[in-house]
Design a protein. Structure first.
Lengths: 362, 232
């Protein structure tokens, strides 16, 4: 399953001109507001007709301005989860969930039982959307899109309308969705933490252009992509396995970069996790630090250094098989002689890694 | 009950109810279609269609009645055609009274339904489209249920207007007792003869009762439907 998108569309004072491919898995369209993310997803859904371009899903052409093809919205079979849920107010949750069933072609797809279980919405079935909380609404909207047996799921900031607590409630469901269903997902987000937890492929948009596109892990650990992602947000993602919970409230995680101790992680031992380490939470040392409060000291080798415009620098490190990013000052980078090939120690404070930076991984 | 009104008065009441019922029922699909087109599409002639629909509201009813007579009368272009093809005659029949009532009530019906359609969030209809529903299905499964209170309000408004229609009706189909003499025509006729005041007054009471009933019914239906849709 691959979605190929190439499109051009002019608005007043803004031109969108992008091309990217979304392979199986979760593809995130990342960018600030006004970068054209929602336009792209609306064009894929068929809710907006671009001036020119071609959109094809697995070779099945949905739109082609040159060939005069523009498949109607209802024939595209792309489940769309809107930012504002858009549940039908006159139908119950059950009727909302089954709405797409009337029109979906028969065939293998998600069953109501599985979707109820996946999203934890069984207790809501008899209610009407007016009586649901924001998080419940989002989950029902996701379920409704899944049950229309879509070839692909489109999500436009499904969590933007939610507060942090509700986001934390939804994210695990989206991770299960990624890991337990085979429906590919194209999702729009301006929150890098969300992207880091969910995306397997990342497309970075800026001012209507594709800045970077590729495997999420590669882009997230690429110092050159840092300005586009936002220096405060930048950080790499480590694959980890939860080894055990320890008596003092810490959890030990095994990563290809070495062991990590983090404040108790809400998962069972053996669980596979994705841990986002923000670049600004990584400190570098030339010798193994002694007498330091930080618990996590990983031996690493500098692979790249990118000096910024200002006083900052971003250093890419290889620790084991994983790539890490560290944000340091130019002054330190020069004083320490940081350059590709230099062995260093990466120091990560345990408490710097927030619970929201740790997600499940299938 | 039947003793309370004379057979002639009773016939006028029954005829008015029949005329209004059919006028409302027959014009409802057209009213919904026109309201939908006016609410959701912008096209050349939008203003013209809007003006045509509202014309009976502004024109003197006598003028509307006369235009109906010219068009749908036995010798009128449309009237002659319908007579020869379907044997459908409007002139001086109760069907003509229903036609006049429908035309006069149409603007009110369209207004109410159009307002309901404009209140429906088009994003809900777009969402239904992404779930696989074609345009007609979106209309039946999303738009129609959401505008139901507006349709009911429009229908009851149209019914009440049809019950009271006088000018266009008397011009188009005259005032023939038992055939085209509706409630308002009967009241008018009784007021023209000496000693008809009592009969006219009885019919006035009936008219007030029917109007109140329609009003209460529309309030009640509208509220219960709205409650069901808002769903809490």
């Amino acid at each position: 399953m691959t979605l190929d998108v190439r499109l051009r569309h002019a608005f007043a004072g803004f031109t969108l001109d992008i091309a990217f491919a979304a392979p199986a898995g979760v593809t995130a369209l990342f960018g600030r507001s006004g970068s054209g993310k929602t336009t792209v997803i609306n064009a894929v859904a068929g809710l907006l007709r671009p001036d020119a371009g071609r959109i094809a899903s697995d070779g099945h052409v949905l739109f082609d301005s040159a060939g005069g093809i523009d498949v109607a919205v209802h024939r595209r079979r792309l489940g769309y989860v809107f930012q504002d849920a858009r549940l039908f107010p006159h139908l119950t949750v059950r009727q909302n969930l089954l709405y797409g069933r009337w029109f979906a072609p028969r065939g293998p797809g998600e069953t109501l039982e599985r979707v109820l279980d996946l999203l934890g919405i069984e207790p809501l079935l008899a209610r009407r959307p007016g009586a649901l909380s924001g998080g419940e609404r989002s989950r029902v909207a996701i379920g409704r899109a899944l049950l229309s047996n879509p070839a692909m799921l489109l999500m436009d900031e499904p969590m933007a309308a939610l507060d942090e607590a509700r986001k934390a409630e939804i994210l695990p469901y989206l991770e299960r969705l990624r890991d337990e269903t085979r429906v590919p997902v194209l999702f729009v987000s301006h929150a890098l933490a969300e992207v880091a937890r969910l995306a397997t492929t990342l497309v970075v948009l800026e001012g209507g252009r594709v800045l970077r596109a590729g495997p999420a892990q590669d882009i997230l650990s690429d110092p050159a992509a840092v300005p586009a992602l936002g220096i405060r947000e930048a950080g790499s993602v480590l694959a980890a396995r939860l080894a055990r919970h320890e008596a003092d409230g810490l959890s030990r995680l095994e990563t290809p970069a070495g062991p990590l101790w983090l404040p108790r992680v809400a998962a069972d031992p053996g669980a596979m996790l994705r841990v986002r380490i923000a670049a600004q939470d990584v400190m570098l040392a030339l010798t193994r630090p002694e007498g330091i409060s930080a618990l996590n000291i990983l031996p690493a080798t500098v692979t790249a250094v990118r000096l910024g415009e200002g006083p900052g620098a971003v250093v890419q490190l290889r620790a084991g098989t994983e790539l890490l990013l560290a944000r340091v000052t130019r002054r330190s980078a020069e004083a320490m002689g940081l350059a590709a090939g230099r062995p260093v120690f990466a120091v990560i404070k345990s408490v710097a890694v927030a619970q929201s930076d740790i997600g499940g991984s299938g | 009950m039947t003793d309370w009104l004379t057979p002639e008065e009773w016939r006028a009441v029954a005829l008015s109810l029949r005329v209004s019922f059919w006028a409302t029922l027959i014009s409802l699909p057209a009213g919904i279609a026109v309201a939908y087109v006016l609410a959701r599409y912008r096209f050349r002639g939008h203003q013209l269609l809007n003006g045509l629909v509202h014309l009976p509201l502004i024109l003197p009813p006598v003028v509307t009645g006369y235009l109906l007579l010219l068009t749908f009368g036995r010798k009128g272009a449309v009237g002659a055609f319908l007579d020869q093809t379907f044997g459908l005659v409007f002139a001086f029949r109760w069907t003509g009274a229903a036609l006049a009532a429908a035309v006069m009530a149409f603007p009110l019906m369209v207004r109410a339904i159009r307002m309901a359609i404009e209140a429906v969030d088009p994003r809900l209809e777009a969402a239904a489209g992404t779930l696989g529903a074609s345009r007609p299905w979106v209309f039946v499964t999303v738009t129609l249920p959401l505008i139901l209170p507006g349709i009911i309000a429009g229908a009851i408004l149209a019914f009440a207007k049809a019950m009271g229609e006088f000018g266009a009706t008397i011009t188009f189909v005259a005032n023939i007792p038992g055939q085209t003499q509706t409630l308002p025509s009967a009241i008018y006729a009784y007021l023209q003869v000496p000693g008809g005041d009592a009969a006219a007054f009885r019919l006035v009471l009936v008219a007030i009762a029917i109007a109140m009933l329609a009003l209460l019914l529309s309030e009640w239906v509208g509220r219960s439907v709205a409650r069901r849709i808002a769903g809490a």
